[in-house]
Write a protein that binds this ligand. Structure first.
Ligand SMILES: NC(=O)c1ccc[n+]([C@@H]2O[C@H](COP(=O)([O-])OP(=O)(O)OC[C@H]3O[C@@H](n4cnc5c(N)ncnc54)[C@H](O)[C@@H]3O)[C@@H](O)[C@H]2O)c1
Ligand SMILES: [Zn+2]
Length: 368
């Protein structure tokens, strides 16, 4: 069965397609050749050592070479710590070694980390060259839309970056079978987020299809990835550079980022942090009388069904978390801004949230 789905990200002249389906890795060369990419400029495939073990980057490189494109592979260590300037420099070196020029392309074969990092290098090498994202995690469906690329600074996540849209996203769903269970669950947090902020029907669909999704059934996977990408694309195409509405995508992320920063980007995955952050945001919405009772429970129930955490790790102190949220790059002028939820499918950006209410809810949601 050819379960290929195509989602268009509509951004004027920066529009691009996301192709989702099994078996794409081996067709990349032909797909590019058919779109007129010229073989005179070398390409660089960037991947991490975990992903490399499964041969995905090799398959992409082989497919490109078979179609006549000169291609090298650059490896980085796996994990969030690779999103840093030192590792970016090794990729600039690899780009020089491979003689990349202005017409070259970078291929990011991996999860959100490789996508953000390789995309950042593509955005900055020679003031920006084209790149193609080949996501290998569920979470990367999220990072594949919107063009945000970047690296971390020791004092804050994603603080150094750019907007640089990929030329295409080729999402081969068959690679998700090797994804560790924890990463599957982590990626599902962003899928739940997309449903929670935008589409109650999709949320209800997720509630009744948990077993099929966790079993990584092809049609369920293509379906949730396409829906997640469509929702994000709908938001981003209305507000590409996050001047307003795009911020609703940060639902669960203000606390999520603080948890990641305070744990030094170790011990908690991005999706886990966002899961806790969404439950927190729902609890805060209830505390402020903004949403009906039961929204938090529904959200919590679905996240738990996907095996995600919903409580704040007990080793983190509330005042420290609050301080960290105040320094989030989305916090403007020392005020707390949150994406709060009114009902499943509808969220609202609320500025100047009372710190005392935030502390109360943080305490309530702490792990026993
Ligand atoms: N740019 C954006 O808009 C955006 C949006 C959401 C998240 N992000 C970023 O994405 C990052 C998280 O992405 P992630 O969760 O994909 O993490 P990740 O890239 O670290 O991948 C998770 C782990 O799974 C391994 N892996 C990846 N694909 C695999 C496969 N198919 N089989 C086996 N192992 C595989 C990786 O080596 C890694 O160890 C964060 O840095 C976050 O900030 C960016
Ligand atoms: Zn996220």
């Amino acid at each position: 069965m050819n379960a290929e789905v195509r989602v268009q990200v509509d951004l004027g002249e920066r529009s691009y397609d996301i192709v989702i389906g099994p078996g794409l890795l081996d067709r990349i060369g032909l797909m590019l050749a058919s779109q007129g990419w010229e073989a005179d400029s070398p390409g660089l495939v960037v991947t991490d050592r975990n992903v490399a073990k499964f041969g995905y980057a090799d398959r992409v490189a082989s497919s490109l070479r078979a179609a006549g494109f000169q291609t090298s592979i650059a490896l980085v260590e796996p994990g969030e710590s690779a999103k840093c300037l030192e590792v970016a420099k090794t990729l600039y070196d690899a780009a020089f070694d491979a003689s990349l020029d202005r017409k070259s392309m970078i291929f990011a074969v991996g999860g959100g980390v490789v996508g953000d990092l390789a995309g950042f290098v593509a955005a900055t090498y020679m003031r920006g060259i084209a790149w193609i994202q080949v996501p290998t995690t569920i979470l990367a469906h999220d990072s594949s839309v919107g063009g945000k690329v970047g690296i971390n600074h020791p004092r804050g996540k994603n603080m150094i970056g750019a907007f640089h849209q990929p030329s295409a996203v080729l999402f081969d769903t068959s690679v998700l079978r090797t994804l560790p269970d924890r990463e599957v669950r982590s990626g599902l947090a962003e899928v739940v987020k997309h449903a929670a902020i935008w589409d109650e029907d999709f949320f209800s669909w997720l509630e009744v299809h948990v077993p099929q999704i966790l079993a990584l059934q092809d049609s369920a996977l293509s379906g949730i990835l396409a829906k997640g990408c469509q929702i994000k694309a709908a938001v981003v195409s209305r507000d590409e550079r996050e001047s307003g509405m795009r911020a609703i995508l940060n639902f669960g992320h203000t606390l999520g980022h603080a948890l990641e920063t305070l744990s030094g980007y170790r011990g908690i995955t991005h999706g886990e942090a966002v899961a806790i952050g969404m439950v927190f945001a729902a609890a805060l919405s209830e505390e402020l009388g903004m949403c009906a009772a039961g929204v938090k429970e529904r959200l919590e129930h679905l996240l738990l069904a996907f095996g995600l955490p919903v409580r704040i790790p007990k080793e983190l102190a509330e005042p420290e978390i609050l301080q960290c949220m105040l320094h989030d790059k989305k916090a403007v002028g020392g005020h707390l801004t949150f994406v709060l939820i009114e009902k499943i499918g509808r969220v609202r950006i609320v500025k100047n949230v009372d710190a005392a209410a935030v502390l109360r809810v943080l305490e309530r949601l702490r792990e026993a």
